[in-house]
Design a protein around this ligand. Structure first.
Ligand SMILES: CC(C)(COP(=O)(O)OP(=O)(O)OC[C@H]1O[C@@H](n2cnc3c(N)ncnc32)[C@H](O)[C@@H]1OP(=O)(O)O)[C@@H](O)C(=O)NCCC(=O)NCCS
Length: 246
């Protein structure tokens, strides 16, 4: 059952959560703890999750899910009572955040609105992401499956991340891919995700060349004039700088 030790731990975690909101939300500067507790949905959701999780760990029936359902209705943030949250977790704005049953979130992690830490299907067992300490996850990002997000990583808004993310990496896009690791652009043959080869355009260009050669041969044999070779343009316009810096 819930003992004094558990209550002391929850109180300490609550202090860290309020400090996290002060530190990481510019709008919270100068706002007192009572106002934060009363009006910051992210703070409310994390606090009530801590109570729901303690009740879940204590084996209390019904209460954990009731708390999480009521919190979802109040804040738009759904955290499964079994999910593990570290200290100093801050959910900014909150609406549309989903944290699945086997998700683990480390210390000092920031989540913006619309973040999903979800599964990829109907797998059982560990099927949600593990997020290490000091990670920031941008609004609308979907992190799917039992992947690990390394400490200090930044996940760009609206990214879809389905593979592990190295520590201190910045990951953006769908599928999410690193554009910075330890502050530097990743390098190597697989680092350029923008200037990818276009195999369809290459195949059409090859065929157009061979048809042009055939037309010239036929024109020579029949005494006519060969038409200019057909032009094959890349189907997918390439934009943006090379992320490998090349
Ligand atoms: C990913 C993020 C953390 C990167 O910030 P940063 O460390 O300052 O990095 P940069 O802005 O230099 O971006 C690095 C590269 O990723 C690209 N990028 C950044 N964010 C991106 C995103 N969400 N989607 C796609 N590409 C993105 C940049 O264009 C840049 O590309 P380049 O290497 O070709 O120049 C930030 O852009 C982001 O998405 N933060 C989430 C903020 C948020 O959700 N706010 C909600 C407030 S309500």
């Amino acid at each position: 059952m819930l003992g004094l030790g558990t209550l002391a731990r929850v109180a300490n975690e609550l202090r860290r959560d309020i400090t996290a909101a002060h530190d990481r939300d510019p709008a919270a500067r100068g706002v007192g703890p009572t106002e934060l507790l009363a009006t910051w949905p992210g703070v409310q959701a994390v606090l009530s999750h801590r109570v729901a999780h303690a009740a879940h760990e204590a084996g209390i029936p019904l209460l954990p899910r009731s708390i999480s359902t009521a919190t979802r209705a109040l804040t738009g943030i759904e955290i499964h009572p079994a999910a593990r949250l570290g200290q100093g977790v801050f959910i900014d704005h909150g609406a549309g955040v989903v944290v699945g049953e086997t998700a683990q979130i480390g210390d000092d992690v920031t989540l913006y609105q619309g973040v999903t830490l979800g599964g990829t299907g109907f797998a059982t067992g560990k099927r949600h992401p593990t997020v290490q300490d000091n990670v920031t996850i941008g609004s609308g990002a979907k992190l799917l499956g039992p992947i690990t997000i390394g400490h200090g990583a930044k996940i760009g808004a609206n990214s879809v991340v389905i593979t592990d993310v190295p520590p201190n990496a910045t990951v953006v896009g769908n599928p999410g891919h690193p554009v910075r690791v330890d502050g530097r652009r990743p390098e190597g043959p697989d680092a350029d995700w923008i200037h990818l080869p276009d195999p369809v355009a290459e195949a059409i260009t090859g065929l157009a060349g061979r048809i042009g050669a055939l037309e010239r041969s036929v024109a020579e044999l029949s005494g006519g004039r060969a038409r200019p070779a057909a032009e094959a343009r890349p189907l997918r316009p390439i934009r943006g700088p090379n992320p490998a810096g090349g």
